[in-house]
Design a protein around this ligand. Structure first.
Ligand code: ADP
Ligand code: MG
Length: 319
């Protein structure tokens, strides 16, 4: 199968999106963003053995590669529309079974969130590399940034951060029981918080998606906002599965420094707290208040009000 056959068989689908004037098949895609909106563009590259274990199923790799980008769009408050896909395939993946599974997972995520594939690039190589670039839109001037947090704001996080890292850890130790599967599913199939992100446009002063660990990513947001923050570890939300399998210390460590959660962490002015409760009720997605913003710099963790000795840089490449 040559690259054109691969593109034709697995990555060309009819689309009903009228905003796509030209999609897969020409030299470039031609797209018309909704009137009055601005374009948000994000890209994320997943390398086998670096971003996911080599034994991860093709459908999961496909699904995740879209989901992690949707999470970045969500953190900006955007609505996702279009993506391009740059694929580097080793021989083991350039086979019908693998490609069909990969495309199924990828399009499952696309269909769930209303995303169309409008182009890409397909090459052979020694390592599987999946790079997705995603474009979304937001009302002009309304994008949420990392830099808008203010002293006095409350800090919130969606879902139960730490599950994905705990699940990956269990998977790598060969654990396959039910609770381990529940947690590993959080790694295999992240749930990008797109609906929450869109609703945060009118609520959040700043937002970031948690991909490298809550402590590191919240630290980045506070730094960009030129403020300090405090989180109380007793307020960190925890899933039943992680509570069942790990002691308190390890659970807190996973929550603060485990990566791959793709939850949203955001700041909200105290007078808008009720809006966050309404958002939670409307979406059914748990949102937890975990701390607050103050003037100054840095992020501290407290345990029952006592400052903890915790520092973590998150996942860093080239270090
Ligand atoms: P060019 O040589 O002009 O860069 P290609 O021959 O690489 O174009 O690609 C042909 C068409 O197929 C283009 O429209 C491109 O966007 C699309 N394409 C290539 N790879 C993929 C892919 N993995 N998924 C979707 N579309 C793809
Ligand atoms: Mg060309």
């Amino acid at each position: 199968m040559d690259e054109f056959e691969i593109i034709r068989r697995y990555f060309s689908r009819p689309t009903s999106d009228r905003q796509i004037r030209i999609g897969v098949g020409d030299d470039g895609a031609v797209l018309s963003p909704p009137a009055g909106s601005e374009l948000i563009s994000v890209v994320d590259t997943q390398v086998a053995g670096v971003h996911f274990p080599r034994d991860l199923g093709a459908a999961d790799i496909g699904y995740r590669s879209v989901a992690v980008n949707l999470s970045d769009i969500a953190a900006m408050g955007g609505r996702p529309h279009w993506m391009t896909l740059a694929l580097t395939l080793p021989d083991a993946c350039a086979k019908p079974d693998w490609l069909q599974d990969f495309a199924n997972g990828l399009f499952e995520c696309c269909d769930t969130f209303g995303v169309s594939l409008v182009g890409g690039d397909t090459t052979s190589g020694t390592e599987l590399v999946v790079s997705v670039q995603l474009m979304g839109s937001v009302a002009a001037g309304a994008a949420i940034t990392r830099s808008g947090g203010k002293p006095g704001d409350l800090i919130f996080v969606t879902g139960t951060p730490g599950d994905a890292a705990a699940g990956l850890h269990l998977h790598q130790n060969g654990e396959t029981h039910d609770a381990a599967q529940v947690l590993f599913n959080r790694f295999r199939r992240p749930e990008p918080r797109v609906t929450v992100g869109e609703m945060l446009v009118s609520l959040a002063s700043a937002a970031i998606d948690v991909s490298d660990g809550l402590f590191a990513d919240l630290g980045k947001m506070l730094h960009a906002s030129r403020v300090a923050g405090q989180i109380e570890v007793q307020k960190l939300p925890a899933s039943g599965a992680i509570l069942a399998l790990f002691d308190r210390d390890r659970r807190i460590r996973f929550a603060l420094s485990g990566g791959d959660d793709y939850e949203l962490c955001f700041t909200v002015a105290p007078k808008l707290r009720r809006g966050v409760i309404a958002l939670q009720e409307a979406t059914g997605i748990p949102v937890s208040e975990i701390g607050s913003v103050s003037s100054g710099a840095g992020l501290v963790c407290t345990d029952g009000g006592e400052v903890m000795d915790f520092s973590d840089e998150g996942f860093l490449h080239f270090s």
